[in-house]
Design a protein around this ligand. Structure first.
Ligand code: FAD
Ligand code: MLT
Ligand code: ZN
Length: 476
């Protein structure tokens, strides 16, 4: 089936249209410009839901080239969408109309690692998996990991403040980023990487403004990330639970018995498990029970004996339907494939309505149950999974017949209003992009949104950076 593209915001009439002379000028400022049919793949997003009409993709190799491209576009009022690995799940990384795409993938130099501090310095276009492999060679690891690690860039991770499966252990990327270089809309290069030490209270934390800004305030070109030491001894337990209350008890027991070696707590419900098992016929669920939930608990530590003793105490303390510990690295990887494969399994099966929310753990799974009930008559697949250790639920509704207005209308704004009623977040980790600006008011006060609009106008007075994303038109 062919997924329809989402309805889009009206084009801003203050923005210019790219002319042949602009293309010639940008060619003179940037060492690689992609045009015509070759630009097409950069226009369509990962989920196959959003499609832009950019005529060119500028692929600068240096910060100076980024600056030159932005200075020109700012002067000519040409809109720009920054793109990293294009794995974003809210339509933020593709143009809405004819914005110039600025791809960061050639800013891919790893400058080095300070082994005293664990701080790595690299270009924004470095792929997360490549960065992690480099760090592992030096006995460090990246402070985040996610299913798209082989494609997403560290700049994109910062721009979305990506969470992922290690959040429960290492916390937000906001804490790990200790230096940033970025380019403002007018081409000014702002160097906030003069010190790359954890402690630096010299006034406003400017890098924090860029983190989570989804390409609307500037282009991140370089970053310094504080990385933890590698914990070489890894164990993965796979547990079957009969209720979400049982899942919650596994989480609290994991926290209290495993302490500092706990490195992930993920959950899948029956809908998610069935989808990922169908997509991976080579992998079997090691637990034969029909129990409706699976929980993946991972430990990573520095002392195999100590870690094993803690894991043993954890397993003794929990009361679940069934469980096992992966006996080999390949068994561990298979369990991770099942968990991280849910997203692609759903997307490849049909049209997916995707919700990424945080909710109080005590009512987190109610949303999946209510959604199932609400859509019962429509023959769609509902799946709940995610980072239960961070109270982050991924609710996916998959329709194998394709997009249906009827399904969409039952889901939105209802899902977001349900989340807001429970004082949860309508975007726990994926961001706002072009999918959610009109629902931002459910989480942000009028005053907070106005201040966001004011900051946008200070950083990007001509509003050329990633228009139609994050901010509702009412605050611009
Ligand atoms: P892109 O998709 O290219 O861009 C994302 C946004 O950042 C866009 O708004 C873009 O304009 C902006 N941007 C990109 N680079 C820059 C830059 N250098 N400067 C300024 N702005 C920039 N997310 C999670 O949080 N947790 C997960 O567990 C998770 N798992 C995922 C699993 C899969 C299979 C997939 C497909 C996605 C997943 N994501 C997850 C979504 C997540 O947002 C991205 O994977 C990642 O953070 C985006 O990086 P990217 O380089 O692909 O950015
Ligand atoms: C995940 O945790 O698998 C990702 O955030 C992707 C998704 O939500 O599908
Ligand atoms: Zn996630």
């Amino acid at each position: 089936f062919s997924a329809p593209t989402m309805p889009v915001a009206k084009r801003h009439d203050w923005l210019s249209t790219l002319e042949d002379a602009d293309v010639a000028n940008l060619n003179a400022r940037c060492s690689k410009i992609i045009e015509g049919a070759d630009a097409k793949p950069y226009n369509r997003d990962w989920m196959d839901k959003c499609e832009g009409k950019a005529r060119i993709v500028a692929q600068p190799a240096t910060t100076e080239e980024v600056s030159a491209v932005l200075a020109y576009c700012n002067e000519k009022r040409l809109a720009v969408t920054t793109q990293g690995g294009k794995t974003g799940l809210v339509g933020g990384s593709v143009p809405v109309h004819d914005e110039v795409i600025l791809s960061t993938t050639r800013l891919n130099t790893i400058e080095g690692l300070d082994k005293d501090t664990g701080v790595v310095t690299c270009g924004a276009g470095v792929v997360l998996e490549t960065l992690d492999a480099y760090l592992r060679e030096h006995d460090f690891v990246a402070p985040l990991d996610l299913g798209a690690a082989g494609t997403c860039t560290i700049g994109g991770n910062l721009a979305t403040n990506a969470g992922g499966v290690r959040f429960v252990r290492y916390g937000s990327l906001r804490g790990a980023c200790v230096g940033l270089e970025f380019v403002k809309a007018d081409g000014t290069v702002v160097d906030c990487a003069r010190t790359s030490l954890r402690k630096d209270n010299t006034g406003y934390a400017l890098p924090q403004l860029l983190i989570g800004s989804e390409g609307t305030l500037g282009v991140i070109t370089k970053c310094c990330i504080a990385c933890p030491s590698l914990s070489p001894f890894v164990n993965v337990a796979w547990l079957a639970c009969n209720s979400f209350d049982e899942v919650r008890k596994v989480l609290t027991t994991a926290r209290s018995t495993l302490g500092e070696i706990l490195s992930a707590v993920e959950f899948l419900d029956r809908g998610a498990l069935d989808a990922t098992l169908r997509a991976h016929p080579d992998i079997e669920d090691p637990l034969e029970t029909d129990a409706p939930f699976r929980v993946l608990v991972e430990t990573a530590g520095c002392d195999a004996t100590h870690d094993a003793a803690k894991l043993e105490r954890f397993l003794e303390a929990i009361d679940v339907e069934d469980g096992c510990v992966a006996p080999t690295t390949s068994a561990m990887n298979a369990l991770w494939t099942l968990r991280e494969g849910v997203s692609d399994a759903m997307t490849s099966r049909g049209f997916v309505y995707k919700y990424d929310v945080s909710l109080p753990p005590s009512t987190l799974y109610d949303l999946v149950e209510k959604t199932t009930e609400r859509l019962e008559h429509l023959d769609v697949d509902v799946a709940g999974y995610g980072h239960v250790g961070d109270a982050n639920l991924h609710l996916n509704v998959c329709d194998v017949t394709g997009y249906r207005e009827e399904v969409h209308a039952l889901l939105e704004p209802w899902v977001y209003e349900e989340v807001a009623r429970s004082r949860g977040s309508i975007s726990a980790e994926h961001g706002v992009g072009q999918c959610k600006p009109e629902y931002l008011h459910l989480n942000k006060s009028v005053e907070a949104m106005d201040l966001m609009g004011s900051l946008k106008k200070v950083m990007d007075p001509h509003l050329i950076l990633n228009p139609y994303k994050v901010l509702p038109a009412s605050v611009l």
